[in-house]
Write a protein that binds this ligand. Structure first.
Ligand SMILES: *[C@@H]1O[C@H](CO)[C@@H](O)[C@H](O)[C@H]1NC(C)=O
Ligand SMILES: *[C@@H]1O[C@H](CO)[C@@H](O)[C@H](O)[C@H]1NC(C)=O
Length: 428
């Protein structure tokens, strides 16, 4: 038994002392995507996806006792983070049955609520892999990332998010997550549990906050439902993943994100969210070799749609440049967290290095997703620059409501293409 466990531990990667469970065989759903070349020709790549370890069953490695259940750790097994990681197994996933995640050809469907055999699952976070044991790595700088999305079944309060983070490459069971908010709700970080000092959430029966967080650069290519969308670069003081502790991890869910113009994106609008559409994001390199511009196009019904010009006074433009970020912070009268963390120069280092593709669906126990799709802060006037982000009511998006009323929500990501600028779609 022991030798079996040691052999399995190797599958989690060299840095990890974690153990793999054997109750459910881990079979990654397969998903193809396309790698495009400067000439414009694309070839199909056979990929697969893995679900983040936070969603997985964690149990006593020799039995069935939960190490973590609901939002609590078993303090007998997990009274020490290192021992906990070596005594608890992270198990394989029943992707569609337990988590509502399934693939077909080049498409990934994530369902919001899934009533499984043993539990009710809420949302998910998956990573694209290159083979069974390594994440697929993408170097965004100088390249273009394109995908199709169907947000028609995502209402107020939901967020179908596709983004990149500077995670390490090795991990088969979806370990190693990090992002620029330095999340502290992770059960394992750097191969150790995050059990000591864990505080259960007061309004989320499946989550809590540990002593440690996991930080890295994050490029939010896509955060959206059928009402609002945002794309946001988040630099981090260090480019790659690092573990932070306590308050030094910083504020978790900052409010400094924006949607904006209200007649462009939505059901029946210029980008019609009743139907599938294509999202193109270009990471354009400047003459100094650094990231100069993050440009967005949409394609729907064969028509290329440019991102609309900002209507905010003193903050013109339709793409993310250093200047745009600077003037937006001034126009919105916000703390400049972008430049506080190193701005475009620091963010450029992130996208110049390989990153992991994350595809997720979530609801928001901190602020009901109002920062994305409503007026936020809720006591501001929606006409104030940066406050009116979408047309959802300020009372919408409460997880306990939408987990019942919008249980059948889902997002579909498909037709991923990646290559040099201009290679993944016909630019006008
Ligand atoms: C915690 O783990 C111990 C040791 O395996 C076990 O005896 C106990 O029943 C567990 N507690 C719960 C609540 O599962
Ligand atoms: C996956 O879950 C579904 C639904 O609960 C169940 O019917 C199926 O047998 C499970 N598959 C495996 C391999 O456990």
């Amino acid at each position: 038994m022991l030798s079996k466990i040691l052999a399995l531990a190797a599958l989690l990667g060299p840095a990890a002392a974690q153990v793999v469970g054997k109750e459910t065989t881990e079979t990654h759903p397969k998903m193809t995507w396309q790698k495009c070349s400067a000439s414009g020709s694309c070839s199909s790549v056979s990929g697969e996806v893995t679900i983040d370890s936070n969603w997985r069953w964690v149990h006593d490695k020799d039995g069935y006792t939960n190490c973590y259940s609901g939002n609590e750790w078993n303090s007998t097994i997990c009274n020490d983070d290192k021992t906990c990681a070596s005594n608890c197994a992270v198990d394989g996933a029943n992707y569609s049955g337990t988590y509502g995640a399934s693939t077909s050809g080049n498409a990934l469907t994530l369902k919001f609520i899934t009533e499984g055999e043993y539990s009710t699952n809420i949302g998910s976070r998956l990573y694209l892999m290159a083979g069974a044991d390594k994440y697929q790595m993408f170097t965004l700088l100088g390249n273009e990332f394109t995908f199709d999305v169907d947000t028609s079944k995502l209402g107020c309060g939901l967020n179908g998010a596709l983004y990149f983070v500077s995670m390490d490459e090795d991990a088969r069971y979806g370990t190693g997550y990090c992002d620029a908010q330095c999340p502290r709700d992770l059960k394992f970080i750097n191969g150790e549990a995050n059990a000591v000092g864990w505080k259960e959430s007061s309004n989320d029966q499946n989550a809590g906050v540990g002593q440690y967080g996991s930080c890295c650069t994050e490029m939010d290519v896509w955060e959206a439902n059928s009402i609002s969308t945002a794309y946001t670069p988040h630099p981090c003081t260090t480019v790659g993943q690092h573990r932070c502790e306590g308050d030094a991890c910083g504020g978790t869910y900052s409010a400094t994100r924006y949607a904006g113009i209200k007649d462009f994106y939505g059901p029946g609008m210029t980008v019609d969210t009743n139907k599938k559409f294509t999202v193109v994001t270009q990471f354009i390199k400047g003459s100094n070799g650094q990231l100069a511009d993050i440009k967005r196009f949409y394609v729907q019904n064969g028509k290329v749609i440019e991102n609309p010009e900002s209507t905010i006074e003193g903050n013109s433009g339709n793409s993310i440049t250093e200047e745009f970020c600077k003037t937006q912070k001034t126009a919105f009268n916000d703390q400049d967290t972008f430049n506080d963390k190193g701005g475009m120069a620091q963010f450029s280092k992130g996208v110049a290095a390989p990153m992991v593709l994350v595809m997720s669906l979530w609801d928001d126990h901190y602020s009901n997703m109002l920062w994305l799709d409503s007026t936020y802060p809720t006591d501001a006037s929606p006409d104030e620059p940066g406050k009116g982000r979408g047309t959802c009511d300020t009372s919408s998006g409460v997880p306990s409501d939408i987990e019942e009323s919008q249980a059948s929500s889902q997002v579909i990501y498909s037709n991923i293409k990646f290559g040099p600028i201009g290679s993944t779609f016909k630019q006008p």
